[in-house]
Design a protein around this ligand. Sequence first.
Ligand code: MOS
Length: 764
Amino acid sequence: AAQTVLKKAVELAPDSWIPGGKPDPLIHHRHGHVGKPVSRIDGPLKVQGKATFAAEFTLEGMAYAAVAFGTVPKGRIATLDTTRAEAAPGVILVMTYRNAPRMHPMPLFLTGEKAAGGDNLPIMQDDRIHWNGQPIAVVLAETQEQADHAKSLIRVTYEVETATTAFAEAKAQGTEPGLFMGHPLEVEIGDAEAALAKAAVKVDVGYRTPRHNHNAIEPHAATLAWDGDNLMIHDASQAVGHTAWSLAKVFGINERQVHVTSPYVGGGFGSKTLWQHQVLAAAASKLAGRPVRIALSREGVYRMVGGRTLTEQRVAIGAKADGRFEAIIHTGTVAMTRHNALPEPFILPARSAYAAESFKLDVEVAYLDMLANTFMRAPGEAVGTFGLECAVDELAVALGMDPVELRILNEPDKDPTEGTPFSARHIVEAWRAGAERFGWANRNPTPGAVRDGEWLVGMGCATATYPYYRMPGGAARITLTQDGRARVEIAAHEMGMGTATAQTQVTAERLGLELDQVTFAYGDSWQPGVVLAGGSQQTAAIGAAVIAAQHALVTELLKLAGNDSPLAGLKADEVGGFAGGLAKLDDLSRHESYASILARVQRHEVVVEASAPLPLETQHWSMHSYGAMFCEVRVNTITGETRVSRFLGSFDCGRILNAKTAASQLRGGIIMGLGLALMEETQFDERKGRIMNPSLAEYHVPVHLDVPAIEVIWTDIPDPHTPMGARGIGEIGITGTGAAVANAIYNATGKRIRDLPITLDKLM
Ligand code: MOS
């Protein structure tokens, strides 16, 4: 009979990853699964159309939803006429603030361990309008086309109130210090302004980055149904556990009454959390007594799902004549709403990228009436490294130094603002290897000196960096069966990045099994753990949980093995998974297979469940992933257009778990960074607070012809203070990329563009 052994979190020494204070044996892996370029196990399903995404579940009696969006930034609904919509063919109901069920606001993301809401405004509870694009009605109909048509028949008028929709006006009304996860985005060490004033060489410049919107290949969608007070929702989510808990709060029910599944996600990047569409669909479903599918249009994503806010940054660096930094100042202002918890924390990279004697870092917030901001790949670092790393390049020019050498010269020996040691930092190796591979030595440092016909050619570089996080809440269940197979369950997510594949490798390695003997099951809020696929931390969170569960499994199996086993008398921390069973770590001849252990005690299976230890490692160490980015551009002297001709990312992200999926993750981040550098810009009408380009026709992202061959290399040096020796790779690729492109453009043309995106008009 199956037996679940529930364990408390295993207490680990802060510098070790198995109980007993030893390094994680996976750092010295035996079976060769870890690091292999294994192709994605979900790949064949996806190319055959057999992977069911959120908007592809079909439920009996399902109705289709369409959302009508408001068109003023602030005020109240004066008149709202839904009669023609209600009479339209196929319409089941029209939900507005007049008939929507009573609901609580969404728990605002970052305000609690399981809060997932993009904003905490009332959802269709009154006639108030808070942003231009806010949902004002939901139509349910028998087909999507009928719902969309009926939506067009709704007539609304507003009593408009004065709104703050211009950034300059918002700043003039006064800014407030930005808070990130409860902490002020402020660092002050020494007197940086005084040090800057006295510095032998300095730069002091301003940079701007625009608003960005989310454009995951799969627009946000959900298919859901109520069964009494129980809600089943097939979502596109990077936070199934958080979403279940948060939806339960909205509807005043128990967390276990909400069942969220999300087996496949067509990209998240920070946007696939809880927004009003899931709530509205669930409310309409309750009202209609029918299952509902809601699939946002591309425009719908722009109206309802937040993006990255704009930033205005000042970066000042003061240096001695030899190039050593004395002062780093990185300050500025971002736009935010009052119903939101994410200022773009662009100062994060400056906290630990370089040694300096004094620091002044500060993010200020100006409040606008607009859609809430949210996480978008490397929130903070993606645009913060643009300012910081362009400024370092500008300083290198002022010093007459090579920008690679300037960075290496200012390499800190411990965290310069926290004072903690680095867990593992091999960024100098990354710089050296990248420079060698890219042919940096061939760069002509004189701007505008290299010409190829009508093209100017230049090279630039920048530091990439992203913190290592591991959020609490990781837990895993392992079911081991007598046929020697293991099933691991954890409420984690596969958004296309290779989680399922890499975690199958990790689990197989740890248990000593073949890849086809392991099933990694994920994407279901009823599974153990509350794991966010965000902050580039999911792999570490899963890894820590799997380590804890495997320890519980070993403990249980040793008990079952008894005195007749070659393992008799051994303790759990002396034993590891090896060749289909357990073996003594320093004497592999003392081995017994799982099948043999279970057969002797006539057990069909063993089930264990355990929680990951608290993430104490980040209290002891300064932990980050690192990279050195190299870019070659060609800028057309007649049209001003920029073509990225070569790009290389040289990374130091600890152990690489799967060489193929990791390269794709890092390359994908770089591609998104090319968009940030050259194309992406939300056009926000400052008079009306409305996004003007809510489509891929007018909001440009890189397409194949914009993307050169991108080479990705890495140090593969395990970090001894993380589970499996790995650090995050999901977000770092977008960091540094914007600056590497801008710095290459400067080298090509002599033009310093400090305002993203670097469109052709700025180079004419
Ligand atoms: Mo990432 S922006 O934390 O999904």
